[in-house]
Every structure is written in C-alpha cells, then in structure tokens.
Write a protein that binds this ligand. Structure first.
Ligand code: NAD
Ligand code: TYD
Length: 351
C-alpha cells in the first residue's frame, strides 16, 4: 500500500512513517507537513534516509486549497491524517489555528481523498473528544457521548463528526482512531512527560497544574502506530476504534516515578494554578480493536517509560535545540503567566 501521510514530521506521525516504511518494504510514503513549531527539525531528511526511493516530503498546509490540484498528480492508496495543532494549553491561548488546521484542514483532506478515487482515509483522533470521566465512571467506548471541554478537544470532535458525515453521505471509506495520551522519543517538550524529563535534567521546577490528581491513560507511541496500521489495513469503513494500553495513572504519581528514575528530588515539584476546564480523568476501553482487529499493546508503562527516559538522556542536544530561543520566548510570554495571575503562585497542596 502506498500512503499519503500528513503531519509526518511531528511526534506520532514520524514514528508512524518509520514504522510503515520498515514494516512494508514495498510500500511508498508521501509525507506532507506544514513544519510548524511542533515539527522536528531534520525529521523530513531523517525519514528520507531510511528509504530514499520510497519516501518523499512536501511542505504543505493541509488547509491550503492548492493542495487539491497538487494531489491530483500524486499516486496513493490511502491517506493517514496526523496533522493537527495538538497542545491543549496553546488551544486555550490561541484557538483560531486549531479550528483552521484541525477542522478546515480535515475537510480539505476528505475532499482530496474523495476526488482521487474515494481513497481510504484514516483520521487520527483522541480520547479527549469524550471529555472528562468521574473516578467511578466506566472507561469510554466508541459510542460514548462526545463532550469536549477544551478548544483542542472540540476541534478534534468537530473533525470526527465531519469525517463520519462524509462516510455516510458520500460512502467514503473513512476510519477514525481515538487514542489516549502518547509518550516516547521525539515528543515536543511542552507536553507533560518530555517537559518533566527536560526540566528535571536541568534542575528546573516541574509545574503541576491544580492538585496533580488528574488521571491520564498512557500508551507508548509505537503501540499507537501499530493500532493505526491495524485500522488502516483491516478496519471497517465508517467505524471508530479506540486505542488504549489501559495505563491510567495520576499525574503526580507519574511525575514522582520519573523524578525517581532520574534520581532527582521531589522538591522540584511546584504546584501551580489549574488549566481552565481541566479534564479530571481520561480512560479508554479498547476492546473493539482488540477483538475485531487482533491488536494489543506490547509495551508496559514501566518499559516504555524507561525507553523514553533513556532516549531523552541520550538526546540532550535534540531537546535543548527544540527548546531554543523561539520556544523560550513563547514560553516566557505565555506559559509562565498562563491562566492568569493565580497560576504564578506556587500552591500549597497535600500530595
Ligand atoms: P505534534 O504536535 O507532535 O505534530 C503535529 C504535526 O502536524 C507537526 O509536524 C506539524 O508541523 C504538523 N502540522 C500542524 N499543522 C499543520 C497543517 N496545517 N498542515 C500540515 N501539517 C501541520 O502532534 P502529535 O502528538 O504527533 O499528534 C498527531 C496526531 O495524533 C494529532 O492529530 C493528535 O490530535 C493525535 N493524538 C495525539 C495524542 C498525543 O498524546 N500526542 C493522543 C491521541 C491523538
Ligand atoms: P498534556 O501532556 O498537556 O496532555 P493533555 O492535556 O492532552 O492530557 O498534559 C497531561 C496532564 O499533565 C494534564 O492533566 C495536564 C498536566 N500538566 C501539568 O500538570 N503540568 C504541565 O506542565 C503540563 C504540560 C501538563
């Protein structure tokens, strides 16, 4: 199968391109990416060296209407869409770019898939569309109500609904995956795990939002990629597949675990004001993909965390470079003051 991947220079997309090229030696991958701040410098070139004859890269915005005429001259059997604005905190500060890329961009890609022979379209979505669970709630299934709370989650839920409407109206072979929080090498150090590792290695405070008792359901990035591939190859058109490793954990426990792995003191933990509308708990039921497509996760949280921490330890230059001057300027003007003056104050919390 030859595929058009979008957002293949980002965290999950780049792992997927690498996984796909290595797993299917006959396959070809076309990667289009706008190369936003979240794209990895040099990733387009690095992926090219894996399979120079089977990989091509084009810098493009998925919301650009010129993409349609460009795509007419390309040959692919399916589209896998990773391209998105992805950080909840940024969506609170600047929601417009999330609507443009995550909603209008997906609408553009759906039309491209249709106009190029009604190609299979895998849309990579998130558990955040289900909103927040209470501690006693069962984990979310594919038919659970959509109840997004952040502009990011709302933009992803909107795209999911548009994709499903296209499947019904135009008989488009659209498939949606909804996965939990990913972690692993090459994650931009503004998300919790890489930020925590990088700050700890530099002996900087670890900002913990609210009381740190929020629950996230963690999955190693390569397991997510294997799940997307199973859906691409064998999923039923028009269906949604949750992907989870059943790795629910409180943020504060994950933070302490990583600090212990790095032999860094818990005194780096700094409680700060909470994210507005902060989802308390995500938890996903992935029985459907396991039973229908035979997928299951291979990496335990312990193994995955060790691989991740080791990778950040061995790639200090990488994360120092991406946390360079431009990022720090953004971070200092927005992040350190984010969510109002309350967030500047460290909080007293019993943990
Ligand atoms: P990321 O932020 O690391 O990478 C996003 C990539 O998309 C970047 O390379 C960026 O340059 C590119 N991009 C952004 N806007 C674009 C545009 N308009 N046109 C073309 N390219 C554009 O994101 P990620 O963490 O790799 O997430 C990939 C996908 O997986 C997203 O759709 C996200 O919603 C979904 N997802 C992520 C997680 C997670 O934990 N990270 C969990 C579930 C689902
Ligand atoms: P994040 O990695 O931003 O993913 P998401 O919000 O999409 O789940 O955050 C994971 C959890 O960690 C979330 O509950 C917010 C929290 N968090 C902090 O406490 N401090 C931080 O500096 C960050 C980035 C996140």
């Amino acid at each position: 199968m030859n595929i058009l991947v979008t957002g293949g220079c980002g965290f999950i997309g780049s792992h997927f391109v690498e996984y796909f090229l290595k797993t299917y030696p006959e396959s070809k991958v076309i990667n289009i990416d706008k190369l936003t701040y979240a794209a990895h410098p040099d990733m387009a070139k690095h992926l090219g060296t894996l399979a120079p004859d089977r990989y091509s890269f084009f810098q493009f915005d998925i919301a650009d209407s010129n993409l349609k005429s460009w795509a007419k001259n390309q040959s692919f059997d399916a589209i896998v869409n990773f391209a998105a604005e992805t950080h909840v905190d940024r969506s609170i500060l600047d929601p417009d770019s999330f609507i443009r890329t995550n909603v209008l961009g997906v609408q553009n890609l759906l039309a491209i898939a249709r106009e190029n022979g009604n190609k299979r379209f895998v849309h990579v979505s998130t558990d955040e569309v289900y909103g927040s669970l209470k501690p006693s709630d069962p984990t979310s299934v594919e038919t659970s109500q959509l109840d997004p709370n952040s502009p990011y989650a709302a933009s992803k839920a909107s795209a999911d609904l548009i994709a499903l409407a296209n499947a019904r109206t135009y008989k488009q072979p659209v498939l949606i995956t909804r996965c939990t929080n990913n972690y692993g090498p090459y994650q931009f150090p503004e998300k919790l795990l890489p930020l925590l590792i990088a700050n700890a290695l530099e002996d900087k405070p670890i900002p913990v939002y609210g009381d740190g008792k929020q629950v996230r359901d963690w999955i190693y990035v390569v397991d997510h990629c294997r799940g997307i591939d199973a859906v691409l190859q064998k999923g039923r058109p028009g269906e949604i597949y949750n992907i989870s490793s059943s790795g629910e954990a409180h943020n504060i426990d994950v933070i302490k675990k990583v600090l212990d792995m790095l032999h860094k003191p818990h005194s780096l933990i700094t409680f700060v004001g909470d994210r507005p509308a902060h989802d308390r708990r995500y938890g996903l039921n992935s029985s459907k993909i396991k039973q229908e497509l035979g997928w299951s996760p291979k990496t335990t949280f312990e193994e995955g965390l060790k691989k991740t921490v080791d990778w950040y330890l061995s790639n200090v230059d990488w994360w120092k470079k991406v946390r360079g001057a431009e990022y720090l300027k953004y971070y200092q003007s927005n992040y350190e003051n984010k969510f109002g003056s309350e967030s500047k104050k460290p909080k007293e919390v019993n943990s």
